[in-house]
Design a binder for this molecule. Structure first.
Ligand code: APR
Ligand code: PHB
Length: 389
């Protein structure tokens, strides 16, 4: 097979890049290890920055998002028994849109199907070859048969556990990592959300997040021990712990119900540099991971795709390699700012083992400053709704 851009991974990064390239008549083939149903079965955060919404609109797949997405102009932060709201439009004229990542992926799949996108699922043994030449190629297996894609460029959109990052030689790669001493236990329940905006809550008993998918589907998280297993958490124990971490006025309004999904996610900050090697370019989780506290995973993948799409367009359609030659440094400049905000909010809102009494007072003082200072709230709002591309 032959194409212009071979894309590894049919998550949000790979699908969005493929769809954007198609809008400029640039051919791509997407290789995906899992089945389409498996990809659609993933439950992930759905807080979209306005840049992500604009990109989906540019890709021609934002109609349902526009109809069903919930525009949020603020977020609530809680510290112990008190809570306060940060109103985004007091500081920046861009809201966020709450719309599940699963729905984003579904819309991208539909758009690729409608425009004749070439997606190959359930492939095995994907390998990237000759990335440092002007004729790279990708080998893989499908139904046990070996196959090959000759291409001009390879986009590594295959997530943290993919092959693309590891194709860059270890002596070239610089990896930066921070793991957090706790996890997030998440529950999906067919109950009305406790509030019409998200609530990030910090308390002496731990972190909690109240989110939603729509008016009758809520998503809740509590901080848990990294060694916990979801199956060891009965629903009642989860609801009790959630209420304990929320201000009483919010806990009293919580409508509980049976969990329809329950899982634990570890928290990690990770960045690999560079994000390009020859004609291989990394996007999204293949290059970086953030703790979910700032909802930056999908949105930072989207900004990578924005940069790579425009750089490939300049090169392929106009013969201008300037943006492509500098893709890594351009993407990383925004990646590191997203990493900083995600690390800062995670450090601020969670209880850390062996945290000293002084550390606790610093956490409380930082939240009190954020509650009472307009400039601090403006910095929060600019980061949360998304820094410019
Ligand atoms: N060959 C083909 N496909 C692969 C391979 C491989 N060797 N390894 C992984 N994949 C696929 C995975 O099955 C997955 O569907 O690549 C895709 C990567 O998708 P994501 O992990 O969702 O990463 P990305 O598209 O960058 O999206 C980032 O998704 O994971 C969340 O929190 C993350 O919200 C962020 C967003
Ligand atoms: C979610 O709705 O799953 C969600 C929202 C915001 C976050 C993380 C997860 O920061």
């Amino acid at each position: 097979m032959k194409t212009t851009v071979a894309i590894i991974g049919a998550g949000p990064s790979g699908l969005l890049l493929s769809q954007l390239l198609a809008t400029r008549g640039i051919d791509s083939i997407v290789l995906e290890r899992q089945s389409k149903a498996h990809v659609l079965g993933r439950i992930r955060a759905g807080v979209l920055e306005s840049g992500t919404v604009d990109l989906l609109r540019q890709a021609g797949c934002a109609d349902r998002l526009t109809r069903e997405g919930q525009v949020h102009d603020g977020v609530v932060l809680a510290d112990g028994d008190t809570q306060f709201r940060i109103n985004f439009s007091d500081h920046i004229d861009r809201p966020v849109v709450v719309y599940g990542q699963t729905e984003v992926t579904r819309d991208l799949f539909d758009a690729r199907a409608a425009s004749g996108g070439h997606l190959i699922f359930e492939v095995g043994n994907v390998a990237i070859h000759d990335a440092k030449t002007d004729a790279p190629y990708v080998t893989f297996e499908k139904d046990g048969k070996p196959d090959r894609i000759d291409c001009a460029y390879v986009a590594g959109c295959d997530g943290f556990h993919g092959v693309s990052r590891k194709t860059i030689p270890a002596d070239i790669r610089r990896e930066y990592e921070k793991t957090y001493p706790f996890g997030w236990l998440g529950v999906l329940s067919e109950t009305p959300p406790v509030h019409d905006e998200l609530i990030y809550a910090s308390s002496d008993t731990g972190f909690a997040l109240c989110s939603m998918r729509h008016a009758t589907l809520s998503r809740y998280y509590i901080q848990c021990d990294i060694n916990d297993r979801a199956e060891d958490w009965a629903d009642d124990a989860f609801w009790t712990a959630l209420k304990q971490n929320l201000p009483p006025e919010t806990a009293a309004k919580l409508i509980t119900g049976p969990s329809i999904e329950k899982s634990i996610a570890p928290l990690r900050s990770f960045v690999t540099e560079p994000m390009q090697w020859g004609r291989l370019f990394l996007c999204g989780d293949a290059a970086h991971i953030v703790p979910p506290t700032g909802a930056k995973g999908l949105n930072t993948a989207a900004s990578d795709v924005h940069y790579l799409f425009h750089a490939l367009q300049d090169q392929i359609l106009n013969g201008d390699s300037q943006a492509l030659d500098h893709y890594s440094e351009t993407a990383l400049a925004r990646v590191w700012k997203a990493e900083r905000f995600s690390w800062w909010l995670t450090s601020l809102m969670h209880q850390f083992p062996q945290q000293s009494a002084f550390d606790q007072r610093m956490r409380r003082a930082e939240l009190d400053f954020l509650r009472s200072n307009t400039a601090a709230q403006s910095v929060f709002a600019q980061n949360y709704v998304g820094l410019p591309y």
